[in-house]
Design a protein around this ligand. Sequence first.
Ligand code: ATR
Length: 280
Amino acid sequence: MQKKVFGIIGCPVAHSLSPLMHNAAAAELKIPAVYVSFEVQPADLKKAISGMRALGIAGINVTVPHKEKVVPLLDCLDEQAKLIGAVNTITGKDGELIGSNTDGAGFIRSLKTAGFNPAGKNVAVIGAGGSSRSIAASLLLEGVAGITVVNRTPARGRKLVKLFGELGEISLAAAGSGDARSAIEESDLVVQTTPVGMKRSDPLPVKSVRFHEGQYVYDIIYAPERTRLLQKADKEGAKTVNGLGMLVYQGSESFRIWTGKRFPEKKVFGLLENFLARGK
Ligand code: ATR
């Protein structure tokens, strides 16, 4: 039987663990499929999507920096992707490309699994890119008391706040400001969504803040397993969570959309944990 082709587009994408987890899942369930990574430069995104159509690729995950830019290149979007204005999962069906977004669902599942129920809580979200959008929208839909977005570029932060203003209480604080510092220190949950921390030499994504006991600090980065931010938060008594759960749960939901099958989550967690431990 001919194998279906799935993959991920991003830039950079070499570090992605999606091929490892989706290929393992397909093998486990004996699905004839292969999942590959494609490094696509921003200037080539349009050509890559045309290529996906021409080659009949069954499904593609989308990562940095294409999640927002890919939206106008698709035929239709599901509810979540429409709301967020960003796509992390494309499905090829009957000649059409459908965009979905499973990041928010993956994030919320992993947050709840870690013991944090967001309803009624105050949250600070660092970053205002594609991942931040999914996370902010899904937190507002979960009924948080309020979100403060902390971003380096105020214009991008303002855009996000404006986009979701009708979903609930959401405001902006400029990175490095006193407002940002108090929003972070007074929140029940801090979510770090920028790439700052992926390299061990990276600085902290927020300066001169102190975390405290009773607070949750969630970094969507999973490699390194414990970013400098999580190490600091841990030292200061906060509960820390990395992005591995979000990665697996968003992948699980993409897999369900593509195949209609249940992702072997436990097996995939074990595989990724082993892989990450070997890379230390
Ligand atoms: P993703 O889709 O993964 O969210 P993205 O859309 O490129 O990626 O967004 C990255 C986010 O990280 C943005 O909020 C970006 O801030 P700007 O809006 O100021 O660009 C933030 N970010 C990236 N590199 C950063 C850095 N070195 N310092 C602070 N913020 C950074």
